[in-house]
Design a protein around this ligand. Structure first.
Ligand SMILES: *Cc1c(COP(=O)(O)O)cnc(C)c1O
Length: 368
């Protein structure tokens, strides 16, 4: 047996190798100050990220899931309310809606973008609909012009799930700053990842920002003056310190991700049975996801695994088919098909072209 390269779907070690001294110094400064909860770096990061995103308020929280939940609570969405979202996403999207006692209403995806199809939203609106929660899946911005148009016409609020789209832009504007609230995740594998859990709420609305800040600290604006049942959901100071080291690199990293996607597309776009993603403006390629047609997705995944190449299926089960929701929804044909065909290849913001060539050749060799 020859030793073969192991290529994980995501390798964080090159980034850590580059930034380790700065990261350790940043953590050291937190240790010196011992301001572990809501410390100096949290406030500084909130300001820096607000400036980067071009938004009035950035509020650090404990995770992307909490950002979604607190966003819904800030909009006073709860039992009896419906929120329209995509079935083709990570569970946290729908889970956040269920967590506040509201009902997720799914609308099928556009098979080209893999995002919620704005043309189908209107038909799903009922008197109970309060909000639309688009997800910028794989880092590909949803058509926010059309989402905002439908929302405004029907008096709905918009919460953008930006867990996969930090740095992505729609018409030059950052995702998460176009609707009423943006919710971001700093899970380590996301485009801007912490070295633990973390999340963020972005909004231009002063009242929503004030409510979100109150909710993240046990529903209190003033210590020991709790107004409502809130959360213990703060961004850790150590994670904020790490994120401050990483934020200045995000534009370069996202540019690299687009170049990796372009290199994959160049190698794979004429391979029969493979559909490559469109490189739209502002797409930040959290994942590089191909469609494998003719029922060959799982076999290709196994072939690549046998050649040391890690891939993932995001997502194998649409939300409406999960045990928690099964039987409560019709099926959504485009989401169902995407769950059968989607395959995400190794992607990262520090990725060598030789790795891209190796992965592309392995895909070509199998499919041909
Ligand atoms: C990762 C993710 C979340 C949740 O973020 P966490 O920080 O892990 O809680 C929500 N929605 C989507 C689409 C995600 O990919």
């Amino acid at each position: 047996m020859t030793t073969q390269t192991q290529i994980p779907i995501l390798d964080l070690s090159p980034e850590i190798a580059e930034l380790r001294p700065e990261i350790l110094a940043a953590i050291g400064r937190v240790l010196d100050r011992t301001d572990f909860i809501m410390g100096e770096d949290v406030h500084a990061f909130e300001q820096e990220v607000a400036t980067y995103l071009g938004v009035k308020h950035a509020i650090g929280v404990n995770s992307g899931t909490d950002a979604l939940v607190i966003a819904l609570r800030a909009l006073n969405i709860g039992p009896g309310d419906e929120v329209i979202t995509t079935p083709f996403t990570f569970f946290a999207t729908a889970e956040s809606i269920s967590m506040v006692g509201a009902t997720p209403v799914f609308v099928d995806i556009d098979p080209t973008t893999m995002n919620i199809d704005p043309d189908l939203i209107e038909a799903a609106i009922t008197p109970r609909t309060r909000a639309i929660m688009p997800v910028h899946l794989y880092g590909n911005p949803t058509d926010m012009t059309r989402i905002q148009a439908v929302a405004q016409q029907h008096g709905l609020r918009v919460i953008e799930d930006c867990a996969q789209s930090f740095g992505a832009r729609w018409n030059g504007q950052h995702t998460g700053t176009i609707g009423d609230i943006g919710a971001y995740s700093f899970f380590p594998s996301k485009n801007l990842g912490a070295y633990g859990d973390g999340g963020l709420i972005a909004t231009n609305d002063d009242t929503l920002a004030d409510t979100a800040r109150m909710l993240r600290v046990h529903g209190s604006r003033k210590k020991y003056h709790n107004e409502t049942v809130g959360y213990n959901s703060r961004l850790d100071t150590i994670q904020a310190a790490i994120l401050r080291v990483k934020l200045p690199h995000i534009e370069r990293w996202n540019t690299h991700r687009r170049a990796v996607a372009q290199a994959y597309n160049d190698a794979l776009q004429n391979v029969p049975g493979i559909v490559t993603p469109t490189i739209t403006d502002g797409h930040v390629f959290h994942q590089y996801t191909i469609r494998v047609q003719n029922g060959r997705r799982d076999a290709l995944q196994q072939h690549l695994a046998a050649h040391g190449i890690g891939t993932m299926v995001y997502y194998p089960i649409p939300q409406d088919q999960l045990p928690i929701y099964k039987g409560q929804y019709p099926t959504y044909p485009h989401s169902a098909q995407a769950a059968q065909e989607a395959l995400s290849l190794p992607m990262g913001h520090v990725m060598d072209t030789t790795l891209i060539d190796h992965v592309s050749r392995s895909v070509q060799n199998y499919v041909r």
